[in-house]
Design a protein around this ligand. Structure first.
Ligand code: HEM
Ligand SMILES: *[C@@H]1O[C@H](CO)[C@@H](O)[C@H](O)[C@H]1NC(C)=O
Ligand SMILES: *[C@@H]1O[C@H](CO)[C@@H](O)[C@H](O)[C@H]1NC(C)=O
Ligand SMILES: *[C@@H]1O[C@H](CO)[C@@H](O)[C@H](O)[C@H]1NC(C)=O
Ligand SMILES: *[C@@H]1O[C@H](CO)[C@@H](O)[C@H](O)[C@H]1NC(C)=O
Ligand SMILES: *[C@@H]1O[C@H](CO)[C@@H](O)[C@H](O)[C@H]1NC(C)=O
Ligand SMILES: *[C@@H]1O[C@H](CO)[C@@H](O)[C@H](O)[C@H]1NC(C)=O
Length: 519
């Protein structure tokens, strides 16, 4: 019934259309989020965790204010999450908080401080809501707490959401009602609050009805009183100090001079302290309880959101791997291989082979390693000619005591890095050139120009969270041919200054065959 050719085609097409973005592994979003989580310190660090290093650090202002960025990130996530209505499948982690910072229930500097810091990291693949969620994994995981599994895929809200954040003066019944809206019962709510209130402080500046002016001093100008005696350590102290009456006795929301501001006391003793006693008896197991609850918290999302798989640190990761043309017009495949090892003993040598050149290319690491709670990272630069491009389907990394890792490649089209750039003046202009394989592959077959999409994060009213401005099917003109590829040039004037990376994508059959990020 079918010719041999058409059977082959129908078998191939589903496989091809699953190939996302040739040079990000396992896909663009996962690769970018994994970078934020794993590339913490040293070589090629992401610039994310420096804000919370050390954990007592305040990145948004003077250290004498007595504020703490790691604690702020955790509080931001709580406020975004807790207005969810899980029954209706609305709200939760959607960055709607950005539109809500002028509400009484969201008072304090934490929200705009954090969104200002996260803002440059937002792009068409990384939402503000994902950054808020992942900041919880990063702050808790780097400040003595458990490693909270991270996922991507959250979608940013385009307007404010429901009200419903408990405040110090909120009565117990209303508070439990707010938590219940978000899917958390009494026991969960007590434990989650203790997990949150192991970091940070209540400040006179922002909460004068909780903390009096006597807390203000020359080295604590915002007048913060810590929840526990280990303000920058994610540990069970807050629980023990509350029950034992030691240290900070559970903090200002237990001990406030103003009885109506003692929201933590009302919550903690609402079951006669039973949950707090259980948490204390868990000892270090408290961290595991928090791990589960905080992961649940950041995974409360609107019903239209499908979260990605858990993002695990990658042992072997191609970084910035791209096809490009060198000065002599040859096609080269270049980038870095990042090796993550639990000890400092990474392989001293790797080899790279491609489906077009089986002769192994020997890779030597750069001298400066990176580090993180997951281990040490070593970066191995590579650059290898590709000929013919039509046979470039995969590359393989080998190393001593390393299982061979083979990565598939989709070389039928790519955005040419050396011929693509972003100009930022009064507005952002994106100039790009795309290559499509002329001898083989999808583009010749359909004899069509490539479909190119450009997306830019841009400022929007009422929130520091950027909106994504998308340009689909951007006009391109043929500007020649190189190494078996047709070259297509195009340009987009975004109209305003982009807030972060612009993405250029070649689309085939509705999926991105290649994605390039431009800064
Ligand atoms: C009844 C529930 C809660 C109430 C009434 C409440 C209230 C407050 C208040 C008034 C502050 C002081 C903010 C400032 O002065 O800057 C604060 C700080 C904080 N809250 Fe809560 N909170 C509650 C539950 C939670 C939960 C569930 C979490 C996280 C899981 C959390 C995380 C934090 C953190 C980390 C801080 C320290 C922020 C900083 O130092 O800047 N809170 N909370
Ligand atoms: C921080 O504030 C103190 C006063 O609290 C001031 O002396 C100092 O100059 C400030 N530092 C910076 C970097 O603004
Ligand atoms: C105590 O807190 C309540 C509720 O926030 C507030 O109305 C009242 O003014 C506060 N009292 C003092 C003395 O700050
Ligand atoms: C709960 O524990 C706190 C701190 O030990 C104590 O002050 C309070 O009286 C207890 N409440 C109940 C109902 O047991
Ligand atoms: C990857 O590219 C980005 C943007 O140009 C750069 O900041 C980063 O350092 C590069 N990483 C590596 C490992 O080269
Ligand atoms: C936070 O930033 C937004 C957007 O710029 C602004 O509209 C809002 O007033 C700010 N909120 C606070 C509390 O300053
Ligand atoms: C993306 O933006 C970041 C922060 O603005 C910048 O450091 C980075 O170089 C940009 N990435 C690329 C690929 O240009």
């Amino acid at each position: 019934m079918f010719s041999k050719a058409s059977i082959t085609l129908s078998l191939l097409l589903p496989l091809l259309s699953k190939t996302q973005a040739a040079f990000f592994y396992p896909d663009v979003q996962t690769s970018l989020l994994e970078h934020l989580i794993v590339d913490t310190y040293g070589a090629y660090w992401s610039g994310f965790s420096f804000a919370i290093t050390p954990c007592s650090h305040y990145v948004s202002g003077n250290q004498t204010l007595g504020r703490e960025t790691a604690a702020q990130w955790l509080r931001v996530a709580f406020h975004d999450f807790v207005t969810a209505r899980v029954e209706e499948g609305t709200g939760g982690m959607d960055a709607s908080l950005g539109f809500e910072t002028l509400r009484e229930e969201d008072s304090g500097t934490a929200f705009n401080d954090s969104l200002t810091f996260f803002r440059p990291f937002v792009n068409s693949k990384v939402s503000m809501a994902d950054l808020i969620a992942i900041s919880v994994s990063i702050s808790v995981g780097n400040c003595g707490g458990p490693q909270i599994a991270a996922r991507g895929g959250r979608i940013d809200a385009t307007e404010a959401g429901q009200f419903g954040v408990p405040a110090p003066e909120t009565d117990l019944e209303t508070t439990l009602g707010y938590f219940a809206n978000a899917g958390f019962n009494r026991v969960d709510s007590i434990a989650l609050t203790a997990c949150g209130h192991t970091l940070g402080s209540v400040h006179h500046g922002g909460f004068p009805t909780v903390v009096g002016p006597e807390a203000v001093s020359a080295t604590n100008t915002a007048g913060g009183i810590h929840f526990d005696s280990t303000v920058d350590l994610f540990d069970p102290s807050v629980v023990n100090e509350y029950l034992d009456g030691t240290g900070n006795q559970g903090g200002p929301l237990v001990t406030s001079f103003n009885a109506s501001s003692r929201s933590d006391l009302r919550l903690y003793e609402s079951d006669s302290n039973a949950t707090m006693v259980t948490l204390a008896n868990q000892g270090a197991g408290f961290l595991n309880t928090c791990k589960g609850l905080l992961q649940r918290m950041v995974e409360v999302v609107p019903k239209n959101v499908k979260l990605s798989d858990v993002i695990s640190p990658l042992q072997v990761k191609p970084v910035n791997a791209t096809l490009d043309f060198d000065d002599s017009g040859n096609l080269v495949f270049k980038g870095y291989i990042r090796i993550l090892s639990s000890t400092s003993s990474a392989p001293s040598v790797l080899t790279l082979t491609t489906s077009t050149s089986p002769k192994p290319l020997v890779l030597i690491p750069e001298s400066a390693p990176g580090s993180s709670v997951f281990g040490v990272t070593h970066f191995f630069p590579f650059s290898t000619p590709i000929k013919p491009a039509s046979s470039f389907q995969s590359f393989t990394i080998n190393g001593k005591s390393l299982a061979p890792h083979t990565f598939p490649v989709e070389a039928s089209a790519f955005v040419i890095p050396s011929l693509s750039s972003v100009k930022s003046g009064a507005s952002t202009t994106v100039d790009f050139t795309v290559a499509t394989l002329s001898s083989k592959g999808v583009f010749k077959r359909s004899a069509l120009k490539p479909s190119v999409s450009v997306s830019a994060p841009v400022p929007q009213m009422g929130t520091l969270g950027p909106a994504i401005l998308g340009f689909k099917d951007v006009a391109v003109t043929n500007v020649g041919e190189k190494m078996g590829y047709l070259l297509w040039r195009g340009s987009v004037d975004v109209g305003v200054l982009a807030t972060g990376n612009v993405t250029v994508e070649v689309i085939s059959g509705g999926v991105a065959v290649d994605t390039l990020l431009l800064g």
